[in-house]
Design a protein around this ligand. Structure first.
Ligand SMILES: NC(=O)c1ccc[n+]([C@@H]2O[C@H](COP(=O)([O-])OP(=O)(O)OC[C@H]3O[C@@H](n4cnc5c(N)ncnc54)[C@H](O)[C@@H]3O)[C@@H](O)[C@H]2O)c1
Length: 388
Protein backbone atom coordinates (compact mmCIF):
# COMPACT_ATOMS: atom_id res chain seq x y z
CA UNK A 1 0.00 0.00 0.00
CA UNK A 2 1.11 3.58 -0.59
CA UNK A 3 2.49 5.49 2.37
CA UNK A 4 1.58 9.09 1.67
CA UNK A 5 3.60 10.42 4.64
CA UNK A 6 6.77 8.63 3.65
CA UNK A 7 9.81 10.73 2.93
CA UNK A 8 11.57 9.64 -0.22
CA UNK A 9 15.18 9.03 0.65
CA UNK A 10 16.92 10.64 -2.32
CA UNK A 11 19.12 13.50 -1.17
CA UNK A 12 19.29 16.87 -2.93
CA UNK A 13 22.56 16.08 -4.69
CA UNK A 14 21.15 12.75 -5.84
CA UNK A 15 18.87 14.30 -8.46
CA UNK A 16 21.37 13.65 -11.28
CA UNK A 17 22.22 10.14 -10.17
CA UNK A 18 20.70 6.86 -11.24
CA UNK A 19 18.04 5.79 -8.74
CA UNK A 20 18.20 2.28 -7.33
CA UNK A 21 14.95 1.26 -5.66
CA UNK A 22 15.33 -0.72 -2.43
CA UNK A 23 12.94 -3.37 -1.18
CA UNK A 24 13.66 -4.08 2.50
CA UNK A 25 12.36 -7.23 4.21
CA UNK A 26 12.25 -6.85 8.01
CA UNK A 27 12.25 -3.75 10.16
CA UNK A 28 13.74 -4.81 13.49
CA UNK A 29 17.22 -3.98 14.78
CA UNK A 30 18.92 -4.53 11.45
CA UNK A 31 16.08 -3.29 9.24
CA UNK A 32 16.27 0.09 10.91
CA UNK A 33 20.06 0.15 10.58
CA UNK A 34 19.89 -0.70 6.87
CA UNK A 35 17.22 1.95 6.25
CA UNK A 36 19.33 4.56 8.05
CA UNK A 37 22.33 3.48 6.01
CA UNK A 38 20.54 3.80 2.68
CA UNK A 39 19.27 7.24 3.68
CA UNK A 40 22.72 8.42 4.75
CA UNK A 41 25.09 6.90 2.21
CA UNK A 42 24.57 9.48 -0.54
CA UNK A 43 25.40 12.31 1.87
CA UNK A 44 28.67 10.69 2.94
CA UNK A 45 30.00 9.22 -0.29
CA UNK A 46 29.91 10.46 -3.87
CA UNK A 47 28.21 7.56 -5.63
CA UNK A 48 26.84 6.91 -9.11
CA UNK A 49 23.65 5.40 -7.69
CA UNK A 50 21.06 7.06 -5.45
CA UNK A 51 19.10 4.65 -3.25
CA UNK A 52 15.34 5.17 -3.04
CA UNK A 53 13.43 3.54 -0.17
CA UNK A 54 10.68 1.96 -2.27
CA UNK A 55 8.94 -0.90 -0.43
CA UNK A 56 9.19 -2.37 3.07
CA UNK A 57 7.87 -5.86 3.81
CA UNK A 58 7.27 -7.24 7.28
CA UNK A 59 5.48 -10.22 8.80
CA UNK A 60 2.06 -8.62 8.33
CA UNK A 61 0.46 -5.53 6.76
CA UNK A 62 0.20 -3.55 10.02
CA UNK A 63 3.83 -4.07 11.02
CA UNK A 64 4.96 -3.20 7.50
CA UNK A 65 2.81 -0.06 7.26
CA UNK A 66 4.04 1.32 10.60
CA UNK A 67 7.68 0.56 9.85
CA UNK A 68 7.48 2.01 6.32
CA UNK A 69 6.15 5.28 7.72
CA UNK A 70 8.80 5.37 10.46
CA UNK A 71 11.74 4.50 8.23
CA UNK A 72 10.73 6.53 5.17
CA UNK A 73 9.62 3.89 2.65
CA UNK A 74 7.10 4.89 -0.02
CA UNK A 75 5.06 1.68 0.16
CA UNK A 76 4.63 -1.41 2.35
CA UNK A 77 3.46 -5.00 2.12
CA UNK A 78 2.82 -7.89 4.48
CA UNK A 79 4.14 -10.37 1.90
CA UNK A 80 7.83 -10.51 1.00
CA UNK A 81 6.96 -12.39 -2.22
CA UNK A 82 5.06 -9.34 -3.45
CA UNK A 83 8.11 -7.19 -2.68
CA UNK A 84 10.43 -9.51 -4.62
CA UNK A 85 8.05 -9.59 -7.61
CA UNK A 86 7.42 -5.83 -7.56
CA UNK A 87 8.79 -4.36 -10.83
CA UNK A 88 9.57 -1.10 -8.98
CA UNK A 89 12.04 -2.92 -6.68
CA UNK A 90 15.58 -3.09 -8.10
CA UNK A 91 17.40 -4.54 -5.05
CA UNK A 92 16.18 -6.94 -2.35
CA UNK A 93 17.56 -6.27 1.14
CA UNK A 94 16.95 -9.04 3.70
CA UNK A 95 16.96 -8.29 7.43
CA UNK A 96 14.36 -10.91 8.37
CA UNK A 97 15.08 -13.87 10.70
CA UNK A 98 17.72 -16.32 9.47
CA UNK A 99 15.32 -19.04 8.30
CA UNK A 100 13.91 -16.63 5.70
CA UNK A 101 17.24 -15.61 4.15
CA UNK A 102 17.48 -18.51 1.69
CA UNK A 103 13.92 -18.49 0.30
CA UNK A 104 13.87 -14.71 -0.10
CA UNK A 105 17.35 -14.53 -1.63
CA UNK A 106 16.67 -17.40 -4.05
CA UNK A 107 13.41 -15.76 -5.17
CA UNK A 108 15.20 -12.43 -5.66
CA UNK A 109 17.99 -14.06 -7.66
CA UNK A 110 15.42 -15.87 -9.83
CA UNK A 111 13.89 -12.44 -10.50
CA UNK A 112 17.34 -11.15 -11.53
CA UNK A 113 17.67 -8.78 -8.56
CA UNK A 114 20.85 -8.08 -6.57
CA UNK A 115 20.63 -9.17 -2.93
CA UNK A 116 21.92 -7.61 0.28
CA UNK A 117 21.37 -10.12 3.08
CA UNK A 118 22.13 -10.19 6.77
CA UNK A 119 24.39 -12.83 8.29
CA UNK A 120 24.38 -15.75 8.82
CA UNK A 121 23.59 -16.32 5.16
CA UNK A 122 21.90 -19.71 5.58
CA UNK A 123 21.29 -22.46 8.15
CA UNK A 124 23.96 -24.73 6.61
CA UNK A 125 26.83 -24.55 4.15
CA UNK A 126 24.84 -26.72 1.73
CA UNK A 127 22.00 -24.19 1.73
CA UNK A 128 24.49 -21.31 1.45
CA UNK A 129 26.18 -22.96 -1.54
CA UNK A 130 22.87 -23.20 -3.36
CA UNK A 131 22.50 -19.43 -2.89
CA UNK A 132 26.07 -18.72 -4.00
CA UNK A 133 25.74 -20.83 -7.13
CA UNK A 134 22.37 -19.33 -8.06
CA UNK A 135 23.78 -15.80 -7.66
CA UNK A 136 26.98 -16.54 -9.56
CA UNK A 137 25.08 -18.27 -12.40
CA UNK A 138 22.82 -15.24 -12.70
CA UNK A 139 25.73 -12.77 -12.41
CA UNK A 140 24.00 -11.12 -9.45
CA UNK A 141 25.87 -8.77 -7.10
CA UNK A 142 25.51 -9.91 -3.49
CA UNK A 143 26.48 -8.46 -0.12
CA UNK A 144 26.27 -9.99 3.36
CA UNK A 145 26.11 -7.97 6.60
CA UNK A 146 29.56 -8.58 8.06
CA UNK A 147 29.67 -4.88 8.93
CA UNK A 148 32.51 -5.09 11.46
CA UNK A 149 35.05 -5.74 8.70
CA UNK A 150 34.04 -2.37 7.21
CA UNK A 151 35.79 -0.62 10.10
CA UNK A 152 38.68 1.58 8.93
CA UNK A 153 40.80 0.14 11.78
CA UNK A 154 40.27 -3.37 10.44
CA UNK A 155 41.35 -2.15 7.02
CA UNK A 156 44.50 -0.84 8.71
CA UNK A 157 45.04 -4.15 10.53
CA UNK A 158 44.58 -6.01 7.23
CA UNK A 159 47.11 -3.74 5.52
CA UNK A 160 49.67 -4.11 8.33
CA UNK A 161 49.41 -7.90 8.23
CA UNK A 162 49.44 -8.13 4.42
CA UNK A 163 52.42 -5.79 4.05
CA UNK A 164 54.50 -7.89 6.44
CA UNK A 165 54.74 -5.17 9.08
CA UNK A 166 54.02 -7.72 11.80
CA UNK A 167 56.42 -10.24 10.27
CA UNK A 168 55.42 -13.85 10.22
CA UNK A 169 52.05 -14.26 11.95
CA UNK A 170 52.24 -16.75 14.79
CA UNK A 171 48.84 -16.62 16.44
CA UNK A 172 45.25 -15.34 16.32
CA UNK A 173 43.06 -15.03 19.41
CA UNK A 174 39.46 -14.05 18.74
CA UNK A 175 36.27 -13.84 20.76
CA UNK A 176 32.72 -12.70 20.24
CA UNK A 177 30.92 -12.69 23.59
CA UNK A 178 27.74 -10.91 24.63
CA UNK A 179 25.27 -11.44 27.47
CA UNK A 180 21.87 -10.87 25.87
CA UNK A 181 20.74 -14.49 26.51
CA UNK A 182 21.84 -14.89 30.16
CA UNK A 183 18.34 -14.68 31.64
CA UNK A 184 16.93 -18.23 31.74
CA UNK A 185 13.45 -16.70 31.64
CA UNK A 186 14.05 -14.75 28.45
CA UNK A 187 11.66 -16.36 25.99
CA UNK A 188 12.39 -18.67 23.10
CA UNK A 189 13.06 -16.65 19.92
CA UNK A 190 13.79 -17.27 16.25
CA UNK A 191 17.51 -17.12 17.17
CA UNK A 192 17.02 -20.51 18.91
CA UNK A 193 15.22 -22.16 15.98
CA UNK A 194 17.47 -25.01 14.78
CA UNK A 195 15.79 -24.80 11.36
CA UNK A 196 17.48 -21.39 11.05
CA UNK A 197 20.93 -22.83 11.79
CA UNK A 198 23.27 -22.85 14.77
CA UNK A 199 23.07 -20.66 17.89
CA UNK A 200 25.67 -18.22 19.20
CA UNK A 201 28.36 -19.61 16.90
CA UNK A 202 26.30 -18.50 13.89
CA UNK A 203 24.52 -15.47 15.33
CA UNK A 204 27.58 -13.67 16.67
CA UNK A 205 30.39 -16.16 16.01
CA UNK A 206 30.01 -15.62 12.27
CA UNK A 207 31.41 -12.12 12.81
CA UNK A 208 34.65 -13.18 14.50
CA UNK A 209 35.10 -16.07 12.05
CA UNK A 210 34.63 -13.55 9.22
CA UNK A 211 37.17 -11.21 10.80
CA UNK A 212 39.69 -14.04 11.20
CA UNK A 213 39.28 -14.89 7.51
CA UNK A 214 39.43 -11.22 6.49
CA UNK A 215 42.72 -10.71 8.32
CA UNK A 216 44.47 -14.05 7.88
CA UNK A 217 42.74 -15.94 5.08
CA UNK A 218 41.20 -19.41 5.00
CA UNK A 219 40.90 -21.68 8.02
CA UNK A 220 42.11 -25.14 7.00
CA UNK A 221 41.25 -27.24 10.07
CA UNK A 222 39.61 -26.91 13.45
CA UNK A 223 38.73 -28.73 16.63
CA UNK A 224 35.68 -27.41 18.48
CA UNK A 225 33.74 -27.90 21.68
CA UNK A 226 30.20 -26.57 21.30
CA UNK A 227 27.73 -26.55 24.20
CA UNK A 228 24.14 -25.76 25.10
CA UNK A 229 24.10 -24.41 28.64
CA UNK A 230 20.44 -23.45 29.19
CA UNK A 231 18.45 -26.52 28.10
CA UNK A 232 15.03 -24.91 27.69
CA UNK A 233 13.38 -21.50 27.38
CA UNK A 234 9.83 -20.35 28.12
CA UNK A 235 7.63 -19.93 25.07
CA UNK A 236 6.71 -16.31 24.33
CA UNK A 237 3.32 -15.43 25.80
CA UNK A 238 3.43 -18.31 28.33
CA UNK A 239 2.10 -21.83 27.84
CA UNK A 240 5.14 -23.95 28.58
CA UNK A 241 8.68 -24.09 27.39
CA UNK A 242 10.68 -25.36 24.46
CA UNK A 243 13.93 -27.30 24.45
CA UNK A 244 16.98 -25.41 23.21
CA UNK A 245 18.70 -27.39 20.47
CA UNK A 246 21.34 -24.86 19.43
CA UNK A 247 24.61 -23.83 21.07
CA UNK A 248 25.04 -21.11 23.67
CA UNK A 249 28.84 -21.25 23.67
CA UNK A 250 31.66 -22.63 21.55
CA UNK A 251 35.43 -22.86 21.72
CA UNK A 252 37.59 -23.63 18.71
CA UNK A 253 41.24 -24.40 18.02
CA UNK A 254 42.13 -23.26 14.51
CA UNK A 255 44.74 -23.89 11.87
CA UNK A 256 44.94 -21.32 9.09
CA UNK A 257 45.98 -22.28 5.55
CA UNK A 258 48.81 -19.70 5.80
CA UNK A 259 50.39 -21.79 8.55
CA UNK A 260 49.58 -19.98 11.78
CA UNK A 261 47.22 -21.24 14.45
CA UNK A 262 44.61 -19.65 16.64
CA UNK A 263 41.61 -19.85 18.92
CA UNK A 264 38.08 -18.46 18.76
CA UNK A 265 35.46 -18.38 21.50
CA UNK A 266 31.79 -17.46 21.05
CA UNK A 267 29.09 -16.99 23.68
CA UNK A 268 25.83 -15.14 24.20
CA UNK A 269 25.91 -16.05 27.91
CA UNK A 270 28.92 -13.98 28.84
CA UNK A 271 27.71 -12.05 31.89
CA UNK A 272 28.75 -8.41 31.73
CA UNK A 273 29.96 -8.52 28.13
CA UNK A 274 27.97 -6.29 25.78
CA UNK A 275 30.08 -6.38 22.64
CA UNK A 276 33.24 -8.30 23.33
CA UNK A 277 34.15 -8.74 19.69
CA UNK A 278 37.90 -8.76 20.09
CA UNK A 279 41.03 -10.13 18.50
CA UNK A 280 44.76 -10.25 18.91
CA UNK A 281 47.06 -10.97 16.00
CA UNK A 282 50.54 -11.87 17.15
CA UNK A 283 53.47 -11.75 14.78
CA UNK A 284 57.24 -12.00 14.94
CA UNK A 285 57.74 -8.24 14.57
CA UNK A 286 54.68 -6.98 16.42
CA UNK A 287 51.11 -7.49 17.53
CA UNK A 288 47.67 -5.91 17.08
CA UNK A 289 44.87 -5.80 19.64
CA UNK A 290 41.30 -4.73 18.82
CA UNK A 291 38.01 -4.48 20.69
CA UNK A 292 34.69 -3.55 19.08
CA UNK A 293 33.77 -1.78 22.35
CA UNK A 294 36.53 0.73 21.47
CA UNK A 295 36.40 0.30 17.75
CA UNK A 296 37.96 3.63 16.80
CA UNK A 297 41.23 2.33 18.23
CA UNK A 298 43.81 -0.21 17.17
CA UNK A 299 46.53 -1.11 19.64
CA UNK A 300 49.90 -1.86 18.10
CA UNK A 301 53.03 -3.32 19.63
CA UNK A 302 56.23 -3.12 17.65
CA UNK A 303 59.07 -5.41 18.67
CA UNK A 304 62.16 -3.22 19.18
CA UNK A 305 65.71 -3.97 20.19
CA UNK A 306 65.59 -1.54 23.10
CA UNK A 307 62.73 -2.78 25.27
CA UNK A 308 63.10 -0.12 27.95
CA UNK A 309 60.48 2.19 26.41
CA UNK A 310 58.54 -0.44 24.58
CA UNK A 311 54.83 -1.12 24.91
CA UNK A 312 51.50 -1.08 23.12
CA UNK A 313 50.57 2.22 21.52
CA UNK A 314 47.00 3.20 20.67
CA UNK A 315 46.30 4.32 17.11
CA UNK A 316 43.18 6.51 16.99
CA UNK A 317 40.99 6.37 13.87
CA UNK A 318 41.26 9.48 11.73
CA UNK A 319 41.13 10.71 8.15
CA UNK A 320 44.39 8.81 7.47
CA UNK A 321 42.30 5.65 7.74
CA UNK A 322 39.83 5.62 4.85
CA UNK A 323 36.94 5.97 4.70
CA UNK A 324 36.86 7.63 8.16
CA UNK A 325 37.49 11.04 6.53
CA UNK A 326 34.24 10.78 4.56
CA UNK A 327 32.39 11.00 7.89
CA UNK A 328 34.61 13.42 9.82
CA UNK A 329 37.62 15.56 8.96
CA UNK A 330 39.11 15.31 12.45
CA UNK A 331 40.83 12.29 13.96
CA UNK A 332 39.77 10.91 17.34
CA UNK A 333 36.20 12.19 17.00
CA UNK A 334 35.03 8.64 16.26
CA UNK A 335 32.56 7.03 13.90
CA UNK A 336 29.71 4.81 15.16
CA UNK A 337 28.11 1.41 14.59
CA UNK A 338 25.59 2.72 12.05
CA UNK A 339 28.47 4.22 10.05
CA UNK A 340 29.87 0.72 9.51
CA UNK A 341 26.60 -0.13 7.75
CA UNK A 342 26.94 3.03 5.65
CA UNK A 343 30.38 1.83 4.52
CA UNK A 344 28.97 -1.64 3.79
CA UNK A 345 26.17 -0.09 1.73
CA UNK A 346 28.73 2.09 -0.10
CA UNK A 347 30.63 -1.09 -1.04
CA UNK A 348 27.41 -2.71 -2.28
CA UNK A 349 26.28 0.31 -4.31
CA UNK A 350 29.73 0.66 -5.89
CA UNK A 351 29.61 -3.00 -6.92
CA UNK A 352 26.15 -2.44 -8.41
CA UNK A 353 27.59 0.44 -10.40
CA UNK A 354 30.25 -1.86 -11.87
CA UNK A 355 32.94 -1.55 -9.17
CA UNK A 356 34.75 -4.45 -7.47
CA UNK A 357 32.69 -7.15 -5.80
CA UNK A 358 32.29 -6.66 -2.04
CA UNK A 359 34.66 -8.81 0.07
CA UNK A 360 31.69 -10.05 2.11
CA UNK A 361 29.59 -11.45 -0.73
CA UNK A 362 27.58 -14.69 -0.72
CA UNK A 363 30.69 -16.77 -1.47
CA UNK A 364 32.54 -15.34 1.52
CA UNK A 365 29.48 -15.94 3.74
CA UNK A 366 29.39 -19.54 2.47
CA UNK A 367 33.04 -19.96 3.53
CA UNK A 368 32.17 -18.62 7.00
CA UNK A 369 29.25 -21.07 7.14
CA UNK A 370 31.59 -23.95 6.27
CA UNK A 371 33.66 -23.08 9.34
CA UNK A 372 30.51 -23.08 11.50
CA UNK A 373 29.38 -26.44 10.08
CA UNK A 374 32.87 -27.87 10.62
CA UNK A 375 32.82 -26.72 14.25
CA UNK A 376 29.47 -28.42 14.86
CA UNK A 377 30.73 -31.60 13.20
CA UNK A 378 34.00 -31.51 15.14
CA UNK A 379 32.21 -31.12 18.46
CA UNK A 380 29.73 -33.88 17.65
CA UNK A 381 32.42 -36.32 16.55
CA UNK A 382 35.00 -35.10 19.10
CA UNK A 383 37.76 -34.83 16.50
CA UNK A 384 39.64 -32.38 14.28
CA UNK A 385 37.86 -31.53 11.01
CA UNK A 386 39.71 -30.49 7.87
CA UNK A 387 38.29 -27.90 5.50
CA UNK A 388 39.47 -28.36 1.91
N1 LIG B 1 25.18 -7.46 11.10
C1 LIG B 1 24.88 -7.30 12.38
O1 LIG B 1 25.61 -6.66 13.13
C2 LIG B 1 23.58 -7.88 12.87
C3 LIG B 1 23.08 -7.53 14.14
C4 LIG B 1 21.85 -8.06 14.54
C5 LIG B 1 21.17 -8.95 13.71
N2 LIG B 1 21.71 -9.30 12.50
C6 LIG B 1 20.99 -10.21 11.59
O2 LIG B 1 19.88 -9.49 11.04
C7 LIG B 1 18.75 -10.35 10.89
C8 LIG B 1 17.60 -9.77 11.67
O3 LIG B 1 17.99 -9.62 13.01
P1 LIG B 1 17.31 -8.50 13.94
O4 LIG B 1 18.12 -8.43 15.19
O5 LIG B 1 17.08 -7.27 13.15
O6 LIG B 1 15.93 -9.22 14.25
P2 LIG B 1 14.55 -8.56 14.71
O7 LIG B 1 13.80 -9.66 15.35
O8 LIG B 1 14.81 -7.31 15.46
O9 LIG B 1 13.87 -8.16 13.33
C9 LIG B 1 13.39 -9.12 12.41
C10 LIG B 1 12.37 -8.45 11.51
O10 LIG B 1 11.89 -9.39 10.55
C11 LIG B 1 10.47 -9.35 10.54
N3 LIG B 1 9.90 -10.59 10.05
C12 LIG B 1 9.66 -11.74 10.72
N4 LIG B 1 9.03 -12.63 9.92
C13 LIG B 1 8.89 -12.02 8.71
C14 LIG B 1 8.31 -12.41 7.46
N5 LIG B 1 7.75 -13.63 7.30
N6 LIG B 1 8.32 -11.54 6.43
C15 LIG B 1 8.88 -10.31 6.58
N7 LIG B 1 9.44 -9.89 7.74
C16 LIG B 1 9.45 -10.74 8.79
C17 LIG B 1 10.13 -9.04 12.00
O11 LIG B 1 8.78 -8.62 12.17
C18 LIG B 1 11.13 -7.95 12.28
O12 LIG B 1 10.72 -6.71 11.76
C19 LIG B 1 19.20 -11.72 11.38
O13 LIG B 1 19.61 -12.50 10.29
C20 LIG B 1 20.39 -11.42 12.28
O14 LIG B 1 21.31 -12.47 12.36
C21 LIG B 1 22.89 -8.76 12.07
Amino acid sequence: MANSGAMQSMCLGDAMKKPVRIGLVGSGFMGRTHALGFRTVGGVFDLALAPVLEVLADANEDLARGAAARLGFARSTGDWRALVADPAVDVVDITAPNLLHAPIALAAIAAGKPVYCEKPLAPTAVAALEMVEAAERAGIVTQVGFNYICNPMLALAHEMIASGELGQIWSFRGIHAEDFMIDRQSPWTWRLDPAGGAGAIADIGSHIIGIARFLLGPISALCADVETVIPERPLPGGGGSRAVEVDDQARMLLRFARGCRGVIETSWLSSGRKMQLEFEVIGEKGALVFSQERFNELRYYKVERDGSRNGFRTILAGPEHPPYGAFCIAGGHQIGFNDLKVIEIRNFLEALAGGPRPFADFREAYEVQRVIDAALESSRAQRWVTLD
